[in-house]
Design a protein. Sequence first.
Length: 101
Amino acid sequence: MQSAGSIYLFGLITESKQNLLMQLQQNLTANVDSLGGISFNTFRAYSGEARAAQEPLRFVDGELIEAFLDCSPEIQEECVKGLGAGVEEVKETVEALRRLH
């Protein structure tokens, strides 16, 4: 799928990683500044003829998840709190996702 000069990759996430990645995404939005100062939920909100949503539902933004790798060790520690996984395990997961595209 291509739109406005971007290429989007749609993929299914293994059930065992879904909650981890969605919680990581939520933790990242609380600890990482976004471009333009717009919140992630506002940026990824959906509005169509059939429905509208104020925030994404069961959606993982790969670009945001990959930002974890560029965070300082202190921010990474903060972002893995409550995930049930350590920084190294999360790094391995994110690096594996990065290799998909």
